[in-house]
Design a protein. Structure first.
Length: 248
């Protein structure tokens, strides 16, 4: 049976009466290592009704028209090939790995697209993400124009947590807003592909005291090594369900 077309307004370009694609909220390649033998995966959630329940085929919603879906797909393809298919050569800086030669616009726009999708979807898994009208619209406009902005605008801090605890490479944790502001700025934290991603939602990031922790406009991507704080955050968020997931 052919799937019924869904006609509506594209959430990105705002075109009306267009066929909406069944868009991934979290990019499909980030599910690669979490499918079990039955093709299921587990997305952890603070909502008890959702916790530990198996899902299939990723989390999707009819959000984007075909053209906007292709735009996001190009950024996803770049990041997938860079981080997961060909393991870029990095420079060990002690507390972090630095990866030069990154295509700043493509990587930054991918990061921005992730948190924007999580903020605009109606799926209950992402109820914790409240971007606010100002940030939601500004992100939408920047993504629609393929404008990555400055390095500090909607910046994302990345920290690897699966080096020493492989189980963290097999989970997805929808974003939760930090209970405290980080360096005075609110952020959302999530676990995707064994990495903690911290998305900053602030209008004052130009004053962020340590801009070197983010992808630079020169194309240098720092991926920080696992810290005690990152490990504690992931363990506290996933511990009740890790045992259930690994025993299925």
């Amino acid at each position: 049976m052919a799937k019924q077309k869904v006609i509506g307004v594209c959430r990105l370009c705002l075109k009306q009466n267009v066929e909406l694609q069944d868009s991934h909220i979290i990019s499909e390649f980030l599910y690669k290592d979490i499918y079990d033998a039955k093709g299921r995966f587990y997305v952890f959630s603070e909502h008890e009704a959702h916790a530990g329940r198996p899902e299939q085929k990723g989390l999707r919603e009819h959000l984007l028209c075909w053209a906007c879906e292709q735009k996001f797909g190009r950024w996803e393809k770049y990041v997938k090939e860079l981080l997961f298919d060909r393991a870029p050569k990095g420079i060990d800086m002690g507390d972090r790995m630095e990866y030069p030669g990154i295509d700043y616009p493509q990587f930054k726009l991918f990061q921005m697209s992730l948190i924007w999708r999580m903020g605009v979807t109606s799926l209950g898994r992402f109820d914790n993400v409240e971007l606010g009208m100002k940030h939601e619209e500004r992100l939408r406009s920047m993504l629609d124009r393929s404008d990555p902005g400055e390095a500090y605008e909607y910046a994302c801090f990345m920290e690897h947590v699966a080096y020493t605890i492989p189980e963290y490479g097999s989970v997805i944790l929808p974003p939760t807003r930090g209970a405290k502001k980080f360096q005075g700025h609110p952020c959302y934290r999530t676990v995707l592909g064994g990495i903690v991603w911290c998305f900053f939602m602030s209008s004052h990031m130009a004053q962020f005291p340590k801009p070197m922790v983010f992808l630079s406009t020169a194309g240098v991507l720092p991926v920080w090594k696992e810290s005690q704080s990152a490990r504690r955050f992931v363990r506290e968020a996933t511990a009740p369900i890790i045992a259930q997931h690994t025993s299925v």
